[in-house]
Design a protein around this ligand. Structure first.
Ligand SMILES: [Fe+2]
Length: 203
């Protein structure tokens, strides 16, 4: 008799995902290959949400929350779960690293920007909106410096959203862009997790 797939079939979980990322990075491939292969693993992880603990699903009515799920011991990457209440949105920001985003629950809107100036000034940037996309459960999006890494994302739906993010560095500071004045300001960001303190901190 052939065994049937049942509810007891092992789910590709966070530990499997971390191992998959580690095995990609150990080969030291280009950023393009990194995001392509980690996108596949991200789709696999986001196919189910059974692996995500309740404590990492906690949102906040005042701001979206950033739960740190894993920090690589060699500082090569971090994995986060972000919880977005309806209407919550980031400012326009950059990353200075590769990144992949997957949707665990519901939908996020991503608006991407292209930098039109030469990037030589640290406090000024001229931006042009290049595209807007809705990323839904099962979909992924990526960041690929230096040209594809400025965006804003947010929950424009009327239900809570949970997204998964992996970044090629410990993302503790980003640049925030004002599209009207062109001003660029560095901003510190933190995580919201029980072990990181009770105060959620937003960019
Ligand atoms: Fe971002």
């Amino acid at each position: 008799m052939t065994a049937m797939s049942t509810a007891s079939t092992p789910v590709f979980g966070l530990r499997d995902y971390v191992h998959a990322i580690e095995s990609v990075l150990e080969r030291r491939p280009s950023n393009k290959v990194i995001i392509r292969e980690i996108s596949l693993a991200t789709k696999q992880l986001c196919a189910s949400d059974r692996w995500l603990e309740e404590r990492f699903r906690v949102g906040n009515p005042d701001c979206y929350t950033r739960h740190l799920l894993h920090r690589d011991t060699n500082n090569r990457f971090v994995v986060l779960a972000l919880v977005w209440m309806p209407g919550q949105m980031t400012p326009i920001h950059d990353h200075s690293c590769w990144g992949v985003m997957g949707l665990i629950q519901n939908t996020l809107e991503e608006i991407c920007y292209e930098r039109l100036d030469d990037g030589k000034r640290h406090d000024f940037a001229e931006l042009d909106m290049s595209r807007g996309t809705d990323v839904s459960q099962g979909g992924v999006a990526y960041l690929l410096p230096p040209y594809e890494e400025i965006h804003r994302i947010g929950n424009t739906s009327n239900k809570p959203t949970i997204s998964l993010h992996v970044y090629g560095r410990d993302l503790d500071e980003v640049n925030v862009f004002d599209p009207v004045t062109g001003k660029v300001n560095p901003m510190r960001i933190k995580y919201y997790s029980p072990e990181c303190g009770k105060t959620p901190f937003v960019i």
